[in-house]
Design a protein. Structure first.
Length: 271
């Protein structure tokens, strides 16, 4: 278990490769706005101003162009690669968000470092401006025999800070929720989790899937709400954590920044 230069993966023969496919989301967005634009010219459009249809039409065209460009002309980054006797993890993976920068290092996990794999579903119900919103996040837990060294922890934290700057809302692509757990958020990764589970199960023990359900926010008292906000921030749900602060705590910007800094540096442990 160690950090290696990213270029060292160039000579590896991947048995399995798990890549970003967020470009499909752009095409889905293009289809959505395209339907709205077409509806303006349909038999039920009535007296709708056809000029208004230009707005969703332009958005559909923009999403379509970006999706095609990303899928055909930009090399898709990968987050996980299985080689003969190792599992390589790309800590610079950003799920297609932010500038595509060539990563400098990768995390090398030897097969003997890995105890088992387990898919985990985290369920949050968080306060939202338009009511209660429930989030379901699927992640792959890589359970290790030993805690990762400090250099790997620091590299993951660097990747998380870079992910925050992209403005993306959602779980970090890579987290350390426990002393011996490496968690990969499986959103917009191909193949999808069920197929990936079968493929990885050829090489590693796969534990039964589990679900972690966080309690409804209205059932919590002040201290637990603060803990809830801390969990959201550490998970990467930046805007939701900020909304909870504005609604319940009203921490000043400096105090919130100090709390966030403490949370980022806090090593949580999960058995």
């Amino acid at each position: 278990m160690e950090l290696k230069p990213f270029k060292s993966a160039a000579g590896e023969r991947p048995l399995l490769l798990f890549q970003d496919h967020s470009w499909k989301g752009l095409l889905q967005g293009a289809a959505f706005f395209g339907v709205i634009a077409l509806a303006a010219f349909g038999p039920f459009s009535g007296r709708m101003n056809y000029g208004l249809a230009l707005i969703p039409a332009l958005m559909a065209g923009s999403f379509f162009f970006l999706g095609i460009r990303r899928s055909l002309f930009i090399e898709r980054p990968w987050i996980l690669m299985k080689t003969k006797d190792t599992l390589l993890v790309n800590p610079a993976f950003s799920g297609g968000h932010g500038p595509h920068l060539p990563p400098d290092t990768l995390i090398l996990l030897r097969d003997q470092d890995i105890h088992s794999l387990c898919y985990t579903c985290e369920v949050f119900q968080v306060a939202h401006r338009f009511g209660a919103t429930r989030h379901h996040f699927i992640s792959l837990d890589i359970r290790l025999h030993h805690p990762p060294p400090e250099e790997i922890r620091q590299r993951i934290e660097e990747g998380q800070k870079a992910f925050r700057t992209t403005g993306k809302e959602g779980p970090f692509p890579l987290r350390l929720p426990g002393s011996r757990i490496l968690r990969i958020n499986w959103a917009w990764i191909t193949p999808p989790e069920k197929e990936a589970e079968k493929q990885l199960g050829i090489y590693y023990p796969v534990a039964q899937r589990r679900k972690v359900i966080y309690p409804a926010l209205e059932l919590l008292d002040g201290d637990l709400k603060r803990f809830y906000m801390a969990q959201l921030w550490k998970m990467g749900m930046t805007r939701e954590a900020a909304f909870l602060n504005n609604r319940f705590f009203r921490l000043a910007e400096d105090d919130l920044a100090l709390l966030q800094q403490q949370l980022d540096g806090d090593d949580s442990r999960e058995s």
